[in-house]
Design a protein around this ligand. Structure first.
Ligand code: BDP
Length: 722
């Protein structure tokens, strides 16, 4: 009745493993022995044998993972059985690999292609657990979900879990270059060892794939959006194909960025005009070639006519003309083009934050079916806080993808602790009012609002070659939270943080609560000490790490002074009808709320309004006093974080405890740097004192103006640019 299984190799894997240093390299997949004795006893009773049928590369890695996980968590071997003949069996496989008496058809009908069902069941009087799915990759996701239940110390005797992803494409965008530098990467060199590929495959590729699959990520664009045509040459396609081969069993497709001018640079053509037949043929042929190397290639990500990148407008064509050319080349293979809406130009005289909407909204309906437009969460550029982009809800005929930035270019990069789950959640839950109340950004992205046929979400990766992968221990949580929210954009970031802490550090209740709450508040702390009350882009030029609100460049749209507009009257960018009127790009309910000084939330006040220094805010404080209060609140929050961390010392291993502690010390110093630099500068306009109750800046403005960001291996731009 049952097919034979080939598990010989699995038994060899069961050898005991050496103790590993807690350097963060295992991410949230540490699989340590369950610490609560009662829970451990429950797990050992409930999980005694593994029954797993079916053969495929994906099922093989699923089997590897569950054995690896159980061995660690139970701290003993599980028996491999061919049938569920004893209590405590765990049977794993797609419905066709299970046994007929297990009927999960109803649940499986609801979870889709990649979803899974985990259920406690009884078979022939034996109690056990089934992990099943409609596809092999669903089984793999189910295995990871089961291991998560165990790692977070949940009860497992009465499991009834059914889950499927809300969004189809859940991908990481790597901004990795040929020379292994990473655009806005703060975790060492790029993951991909281009010069050693395709012959040498770093073991990190597989661990990267495991980590992604564990949170449901199913795509990776592996090259920088500021693209290099060389990546499309056969030499480099072979390298990308080798990466794709490692990622494939984990359900991850590879995407590449396409340089618009590649037909000229590597094709020998005279033009890259998207309506030129020779150019179109070149891309069609090139795309056929890409699919010969990578049969399940996902498609192209394109940054065009943005920040100096070539694009269709160089030939007086529209973004739709450009995107459709790629779409036509990809269509025969089932690929998609992700066309980025991050466009702005200094030659366009309007407010930079209006430009993407102005450019793209009129094109709604002109894109081919396999074009997705990828929109950054806010209309500017990954600031600590921005209102959501008004494009969400405004393009009902064009599938819009979300682009979040996981790497914290503007939020303290490697060293500052900022849990982005809170930021992602804030954006996803924002209400666009596109179809009345409840038209959240999440509903745009998951396709439910406009019945998009394709749906996607991308996160600019924070992954590099550092041992801890992401430049700091806590930056791992941002990768994790991105994946979890991509799977389920309605999940609470607090719950996700809870799971992450348990999997990464400890299951001690009190410690989990402390670390979780610290994480939840950390993003607001950064907002407060960098850009409170809706300020934006007052970071130093180039590296974007430290404060430099005084900078005025020849390009206004790169100048902090353009964004804060401080003067003797007040501070803030008037984006109402008396100013740039960017607020008019939102649906009326949102527009009216933001445009009105009485209803605009303080969190985005100075984004939309120029407010007088002496005006009273809802707190009862004047704007100036509120600014001082917020900058100080940011610093105080970091002190609280330091205290919290000291309080959990006994619950965290010494290696990681020390690393986090030393980074918090940097963050504390730099939060003060941000506060004092910003306040001494803004004071030159407000001419108001910092109330005596607050710590006074230690230095005059000139001191902060000559400070440079610290030389740091992980921040290459810091040393070079003021
Ligand atoms: C900005 C970065 C720049 C990127 C650009 C983009 O500063 O390095 O190339 O975004 O998204 O945030 O294309």
């Amino acid at each position: 009745m049952l097919r034979r299984i080939l598990l010989g190799s699995a038994l060899i894997l069961l050898a005991s493993r050496p103790a590993l240093a807690e350097d963060g390299s295992e991410l949230w997949l540490r699989y340590r022995k369950t610490s609560d004795p009662a829970r451990l006893a429950e797990y050992r009773a409930t999980i005694q044998s593994l029954v797993m049928h079916g053969e495929s590369p994906t099922l093989t890695v699923a089997r590897e993972e569950i054995l690896r996980g159980l061995r660690g968590i139970l701290d003993r071997e599980v028996t491999i059985d061919t049938e569920p003949t004893r209590d405590g069996f765990v049977i794993v496989g797609t419905a066709s690999n299970l046994i007929p008496s297990i009927n999960v058809a109803r649940e499986l009908g609801k979870v889709g292609k990649e979803g899974y069902v985990i259920r406690s069941i009884t078979v022939g009087g034996r109690k056990g657990t089934v992990i099943t799915a409609n596809t092999d990759v669903g089984v793999l996701y189910g295995v990871f979900a089961f291991l998560r239940e165990l790692q977070t110390s949940k009860p497992i005797r009465k499991l009834a879990i059914a889950s499927g992803p809300a969004i189809q494409i859940r991908m990481l965008d790597h901004w990795d270059n040929l020379d292994r530098s990473v655009e806005r990467g703060y975790a060492g060199k790029a993951l991909w060892e281009w010069s050693k590929l395709p012959d040498t495959l770093s073991p990190r590729y597989k661990d990267y794939a495991r980590a992604n699959a564990s949170i449901g990520i199913n795509g990776a664009s592996i090259t920088n959006v500021n693209a290099n045509a060389k990546f499309l040459t056969p030499e480099y396609l072979a390298k990308s194909a080798a990466i794709a081969n490692v990622l494939r069993p984990y359900g991850i497709r590879v995407y590449l960025t396409a340089r618009f001018s590649a037909p000229i640079e590597i094709g020998g053509l005279k033009t890259a005009d998207p309506l030129d037949p020779a150019v179109r043929k070149w891309w069609a042929d090139k795309t056929d070639e890409v699919y010969r190397f990578i049969p399940d290639f996902g498609g192209y990500v394109v940054k065009a006519n943005s920040e100096g990148q070539p694009g269709p407008q160089d030939y007086k064509r529209t973004h739709a003309d450009g995107a459709n050319m790629f779409a036509d080349a990809l269509a025969p293979h089932g690929g998609v083009v992700m066309w980025r809406a991050f466009v702005y130009s200094q030659d366009v005289p309007t407010d930079r934050v209006k430009q993407a909407y102005d450019e793209f909204k009129p094109l709604d309906g002109q894109f081919r079916d396999n074009v997705m437009v990828q929109v950054k969460n806010g209309p500017l550029d990954f600031q600590p806080r921005e209102p959501f982009s008004p494009l969400f809800g405004a393009m009902p005929k064009t599938p819009l993808m979300m682009e979040f930035q996981i790497t914290k270019e503007y939020l303290g990069q490697d060293t500052h602790l900022a849990y982005l789950g809170a930021l992602f959640e804030e954006v996803l839950r924002a209400d666009t009012y596109a179809k009345g109340k409840g038209s959240t950004v999440a509903k745009v992205i998951d396709g439910s609002l406009h019945s998009y046929k394709r749906t996607g979400i991308a996160g600019v990766a924070n992954v590099g070659s550092d041992v801890n992968w992401t430049g700091s221990q806590f930056n791992q949580s941002n990768w994790y939270a991105f994946g979890r929210l991509a799977w389920n954009p309605r999940e609470a970031s607090r719950d996700i943080a809870d799971d992450w802490v348990r999997e990464t550090f400890t299951n001690d209740q009190a410690a989990v609560a402390r670390i979780r709450e610290m994480m939840i508040r950390s993003r607001e702390a950064v907002v407060n000490y960098m850009t409170p009350l809706g300020l934006a882009h007052i970071m130093a030029t180039g590296h974007h790490y430290g404060p430099a609100p005084w900078v005025k460049l020849s390009r206004p749209d790169w100048s902090p002074t353009y964004y804060h507009r401080a003067d003797s009257i007040g501070i803030g960018f008037d984006r109402t009808a008396t100013g740039s009127n960017a607020v008019a790009q939102y649906f009326p309910a949102v527009r009216d709320r933001y445009a009105n000084r009485k209803t605009v939330p303080d969190s985005v006040l100075l984004w939309f309004h120029h407010v007088g220094w002496g005006e009273k805010l809802s707190s009862g404080r004047t704007l100036w006093d509120e600014l001082v209060w917020r900058y100080n609140a940011g610093v105080t929050s970091v002190h609280d974080m330091q205290r919290t961390w000291t309080n959990v010392q006994d619950n965290v291993d010494p290696e990681r405890f020390k690393e986090v502690q030393s980074f918090l010390a940097i963050q504390e110093k730099e939060a003060r740097w941000w506060r004092d630099a910003a306040l001494t500068y803004f004071q030159t306009f407000s001419h108001r004192p910092i109330p005596a109750a607050f710590e006074q800046p230690a230095h005059p403005l000139a001191y902060y103006q000559q400070l440079r960001c610290p030389a740091d291996r992980n921040k290459p731009r810091c040393e070079a640019i003021p």
